[in-house]
Design a binder for this molecule. Structure first.
Ligand code: ADP
Length: 397
């Protein structure tokens, strides 16, 4: 074997070995590609499953891949939105676009140190607004430090925004309510003083000038007195109403004990009207005891009061455990209420009868409503004119 033959055979061996290595590398690359493909499909499945949309922006090429979920979030099919940045810029809320660019520039200028984080509104195809939380990151830069590729994801946060808006509105409403209650308290408190003066001068007029007044003058003085007294009652009622819910503590009480004590308090009235109050087994509950007793007392008083003359009031009180609350019912055999008036009776000072027919200020049921709402419950009435009414209220468990 000469030198050239030997060299050529060693070359061939080397080539064979290289070919072998190349094949192994090719196989390795193929396996890696398979692995990458598998991982990408897992990644896509997770992203799509999480209902988050994602985007992949090749900044210099003006190409931006937007995932189907991204587009679906705004009511579009995949083919309905072109994969270019101008496409999303058209559906983003125009008021939010400057903020998007500002955050993007901050991210770029800080070389990615300041995160690209945004809450942005988009227009849904159906005209509604979709709130999106958007987070992105430049993942490739060129040698001059210009961004080449940026990826990010979109999450629909509309329900969260709605809850936030609602709780904000709730807070504002609560503050307004407090302000209004404060105003009612101060107004009714301050009104009492001048009223006291009117009443005392009207009494003086009656006492000292009775002989100097003619019949009409005496009548007028009586009117002043009656009206001042009525106004005093209304102001006192208003003051009581504004006090409900102030300085209250929840306590576990036996409703049965409250009813027994209410019956004792109403002893004279029960005797006078011969009213019969029945109740079944009552629960022990966490309530505001003073207010809760006032609630039952008002309902029972009304049930006794709004009766046809000569009728023996029969009142049945029941408590029934439901899914999330206790439902109480105070049923009477009184005059009843027309269907179209079943809601207005809970409005402050709303009465359906003349005072000459049935005495009262018209605040009792407004008290009841406020007390039930203080317990996060509901109150309503059902009735049949001439047969009687049932007042229901719930107390959450
Ligand atoms: P008041 O008893 O001082 O009139 P309420 O606020 O307690 O005020 O009641 C408002 C109105 O609702 C009453 O004037 C009456 O017309 C009606 N009402 C309340 N309870 C009953 C009842 N049990 N039966 C019939 N009507 C009722």
């Amino acid at each position: 074997m000469n030198y050239s033959q030997k060299t050529s055979s060693s070359y061939q061996d080397e080539i064979r070995a290289l070919k072998h290595q190349l094949k192994a590398k090719e196989e390795e690359i193929e396996n890696l590609q398979k692995e990458i493909q598998e991982q990408k499909s897992v990644f896509d499945t997770i992203l799509e499953g999480s209902l988050a949309g994602y985007w992949d922006w090749y900044i210099q090429d003006d190409y931006e891949y937007m995932s189907p979920t991204f587009k679906k979030m705004f009511g579009y099919k995949d083919h309905e939105i072109e994969n270019v940045p101008t496409a999303w810029q058209e559906i983003v809320h125009q008021d939010d676009l400057p903020k998007v660019f500002e955050t993007f520039n901050e991210h770029i200028n800080s070389k990615g140190k300041i995160p690209y984080d945004n809450e942005v509104r988009y227009h849904h195809k159906d005209g509604s607004v979709v709130w999106v939380y958007c987070r992105g990151q430049v993942i490739e830069w060129d040698d001059e430090g210009n961004p080449l590729r940026m990826v990010g994801c979109h999450v629909d946060i509309t329900p969260l925004k709605k809850v936030q808006e609602l709780s904000l509105r709730n807070k504002e409403l609560n503050a307004k309510n407090k302000e209004l209650e404060q105003f009612t308290y101060i107004a009714s408190h301050d009104l009492q003083e001048p009223l006291r003066t009117v009443r005392s001068f009207a009494h003086l007029l009656e006492e000292r000038y009775a002989d100097k007044l003619d019949k009409t003058g005496v009548k007028f003085t009586q009117y002043i007195n009656q009206s001042a007294e009525r106004m005093s009652d209304l102001i006192k009622a208003l003051l009581d109403h504004s006090r409900i819910g102030k300085k209250v503590n929840l306590k576990k009480v036996s409703v049965e004990n409250i009813l027994v004590s209410t019956k004792n308090d109403l002893f004279a009235l029960l005797k006078e009207t011969n009213a019969q109050i029945n109740f079944n087994k009552m629960p022990c509950l966490y309530v505001y005891p003073v207010e809760f007793k006032l609630l039952l007392q008002n309902l029972i008083r009304n049930a006794i009061k709004f009766q046809p003359s000569g009728n023996q009031p029969v009142i049945n009180i029941t408590a029934q455990k439901e899914k999330d609350n206790w439902k109480f019912a105070v049923q009477d055999n009184g005059i009843g209420i027309q269907n179209n008036q079943l809601e207005e009776i809970f409005v402050i000072f709303r009465r359906l009868h003349l005072r000459s027919e049935y005495a009262g200020t018209g605040i009792g049921l407004a008290h009841c409503k406020k007390i039930v709402e203080l317990h996060n419950g509901k109150i309503w009435a059902e009735s049949e004119v001439g047969k009687g009414s049932t007042f229901y209220f719930t107390i959450p468990l």
